[in-house]
Design a protein around this ligand. Structure first.
Ligand code: ARG
Length: 460
């Protein structure tokens, strides 16, 4: 019979058990459930609500249960529904009467909210660390190939030459904002629900500040109904993970494009590519594709939890039990993808020759020519027009911009001077973009060393 069976004359139907159990997945919260229970027991004794000897027995019993769970010896019972009742029931089995005092002044409603916040705090720290590792891998690839030039794209069309490292550092920046968001979200996660009871607090002299300190929470949630009813901290975390996934998915798409035969900008190690069961010649970037594909599940978890909450009257409703599986899946997915991409990056080699060749198309320097005219005092719109005419004239003759003579150039650009003929070099083009955030090698080198120093300092 369940632990709440006092007023019932018969046990639940088998289907009821199947629909209501959460032990099959909330078991992974056990370290946090144990942590929360230990803090609660200490507080109960500190406040004189239960005898100190009982608290000591409870703490010893929880330790023993932790051992059983860590070693995989704990026997989970579906009829006990969830991780809270499985642990409490085992505790009473082990230590007898004192075990029955643990749930004093506590409800599973404030208990699960506490467990989840401890879990989320732990996962935020893990994902931030894994994001950092991925940033380091991006940085290393850029740093090892700091001179490689490639075409930058808009509309997936060649736009202007950029450094390969500049492209990689763009992701380092995006992921840094993801890390900041997670750090910010951590403050809102890191508040204590326990003491809220089922919804209205307790008639017992509980000490919530004591428990908060014991569990390392920054604050105590100030409204007992809010504490048990909301899950906005989980939603915020999922939204942050959705953004991480979106960034990883875009990176994966870049890699898949770079790895295609048409581009052939990068090589990927055999261990991180896969073959075809039919076509013997194939080497596919499946890890990039799966990264892209897994993004949908993470967005799904966010939508699912938002939807679960939208119509719920205050306070706790059993619907809230549905907050877990999507959350667990999302965080596991993001973590696995992050670790795989980090490992994959260490096998990625740019094909600098191919990239340089693609970036050498003189038309990529058309903007540079227009800006040279601006430096002569020509209004930009007029400069843009003149260069456009010049591009048209070259195209009509079937030559590249770099093959044009000064005479031909002058037909479209009356103020053209011989130096303009030297503009059509990718290296010249990137070097000229020497401003904050630009792709000039000196700027990129400064960014690389800034990040390098930052990673170094964190080690100390
Ligand atoms: N397993 C439940 C959940 O995850 C714990 C809280 C159950 N509370 C209740 N009153 N039935 O939400």
């Amino acid at each position: 019979m369940p632990l709440w069976d006092g007023r019932f004359s018969e046990g639940p139907d088998a289907l009821v058990l199947r629909l209501s159990e959460s032990i099959s997945y909330d078991r992974r919260l056990y370290p946090f459930d144990l942590q929360g229970s230990a803090a609660h027991a200490k507080m109960l004794a500190h406040q004189g609500i239960i005898p100190q000897e009982d608290a000591d027995k409870i703490l010893a019993g929880l330790e023993q249960i932790k051992g059983e769970l860590d070693r995989g010896e704990f026997v989970f019972r579906t009829e006990l529904e969830d991780i809270h009742m499985n642990i409490e029931s085992r505790l009473t089995e082990l230590i007898g009467a004192p075990g029955a005092r643990l749930h004093t002044g506590r409800s599973r409603n404030d208990q699960i909210a506490t467990d989840e916040r401890l879990f989320l705090r732990h996962e935020v720290d893990r994902i931030r660390k894994e994001l950092r590792d991925f940033q380091k891998a991006l940085w290393k690839l850029g740093n090892d190939n700091s001179q490689a030039i490639m075409p930058g794209f808009t509309h997936l069309q060649h736009a202007q030459p950029v450094l390969f490292a500049h492209h990689l550092l763009a992701y380092v920046e995006m992921l840094e904002r993801d890390r900041e968001r997670l750090a910010d979200c951590r403050h809102r996660i890191n508040r204590l629900p326990l003491g809220a009871g089922a919804l209205a607090g307790s008639t017992l002299p509980l000490n919530r500040e004591f428990v908060a300190k014991e569990l390392g929470f920054e604050a105590v949630l100030q409204n007992s109904m809010d504490a048990v009813a909301d899950r906005d901290e989980s939603i915020e975390f999922l939204a942050d993970l959705a953004l991480v996934s979106m960034h990883l998915s875009r990176f994966a798409e870049d890699v898949a494009i770079w790895f295609s035969q048409e581009f052939a900008f990068v090589e990927i190690g055999d261990a991180f590519t896969t073959g075809s069961s039919l076509m013997p010649q194939k080497k596919n970037p499946d890890m990039a594709e799966l990264t892209r594909g897994k993004t949908g599940r993470v967005y799904g978890a966010l939508m699912s939890l938002l939807t679960t909450l939208k119509g719920l009257p205050l306070t706790y409703n059993r619907d809230l039990q549905e907050d877990k599986e999507g959350l667990f899946d999302a965080v596991d997915t993001v973590s696995l993808v992050l670790r795989t991409l980090t490992a994959m990056l260490s096998t990625v080699r740019p094909r600098a020759g191919r990239m340089a060749e693609a970036a050498s198309d003189p038309s990529l320097m058309a903007t540079d020519l227009a800006e040279a005219l601006v430096k002569q005092g020509v209004p930009f719109r007029e400069a843009h027009h003149q260069v456009g005419r010049f591009v048209g004239a070259c195209t009509a003759r079937g030559i590249t911009l770099a093959q044009a003579t000064l005479e031909l150039m002058k037909e479209s650009i009356p103020t053209a001077v011989p130096e303009f003929l030297a503009i059509f070099q990718a290296a010249h083009s990137v070097a000229a973009r020497d401003l904050t955030g630009g792709t000039a090698p000196v700027q990129v080198a400064a960014q690389l060393s800034k990040w390098g120093r930052r990673f170094e300092e964190e080690k100390e």
